[in-house]
Design a protein around this ligand. Structure first.
Ligand SMILES: [Zn+2]
Length: 268
């Protein structure tokens, strides 16, 4: 089994857990081989032997020292955030540097690319950098930025994951044209999520509570973290889970819950 996870570790609700506590919980309870961390500002050197990370040094910049990072356990990552040359390369210009990180998972035997991961934290900003209350505009901009990657060879084995800051009913149609939403693809394994905000699936809802906005009993039940995979990866998808459905204790560690995807070993 090969396990991928995405998790927003930058929680707003007090008391905050130190990253070291979050990371201990993560390695004990999730055990992923490949991870996207959003709103992350860890000391990566303390993540333990075998882990390596790709991220923008200094985070997003200014006072925002956090950013999106991609980590792999006992696998090699190649940072292709700013594109890569060559016949199968791609070009990209980022509207929101630091919010989007891209890495290849590398086959050490021949240096080939096993799959490519895009980690996204969709900012609460419009195209011009003005503040918004959701990620609906920035997700569209980021998908435009990713067009060259998606149409390149890497688009065949691609994971797009992270905190999109939008509810299920607002996910851009372009994502569904090319990719499988692993949460919706496995929705029939779960009961409808009570109170699922802006769902759109009705009785077919099997969303995950991935963001708890506040500690109160009536905190909104939001699915705003996602994992999309290309069709070729869909053929080796063996399971998915996350939210408080899989991790009932998660709200002690973050106001976001991980989304976890299992693939057969064929990914490697
Ligand atoms: Zn739902």
């Amino acid at each position: 089994m090969f396990r991928f996870a995405t998790w927003n570790v930058g929680h707003a609700v007090q008391p905050r857990k130190p990253f070291a506590h979050q990371w201990n919980w993560f390695t004990d309870n999730v055990g992923a081989d490949l991870v996207v961390l959003t709103e992350a500002k860890p000391d990566y050197s303390s993540c333990g032997d075998g882990w390596s990370f790709v991220y923008k040094d200094g985070g997003i910049g200014g006072r925002r020292r956090w950013g999106t990072s991609i980590g792999a356990y006992e696998h090699t990552l190649r940072d292709v955030t700013n594109g890569v040359g060559g016949r199968n390369g791609f070009a990209i210009e980022h509207h929101y540097p630091g919010y989007v990180t891209i890495a290849d998972l590398v086959d050490d035997e021949d240096d080939s690319t096993l799959c490519t991961v895009v980690g996204i934290h969709a900012p609460l900003l419009d195209r011009d950098g003005n503040k918004l209350k959701w990620g609906g505009e920035s997700v569209d901009v980021i998908m435009e930025d990713l067009a060259g990657l998606i149409s390149s060879r890497r688009g065949e084995m691609l994971i797009i994951a992270g905190d999109l800051n939008i509810h299920p009913g607002h996910v851009p149609p372009s994502l569904y044209e090319n990719f499988i939403d692993v949460i919706e693809a496995t929705a029939d394994l779960r009961e409808p999520l009570p109170g699922c905000v802006n769902c759109g699936l009705g009785e077919g809802c099997g969303h995950l509570w991935t963001h708890r906005n506040g500690k109160t009993q009536n905190a909104a039940v939001q699915n705003i973290d996602y994992v999309f995979i290309s069709e070729a990866l869909g053929e080796v998808l063996t399971g998915a889970g996350g939210g408080d459905f899989t991790f009932p204790e998660i709200w002690e560690y973050s106001d976001h819950a991980p989304v976890v995807v299992d693939f057969s070993d064929d990914v490697e």
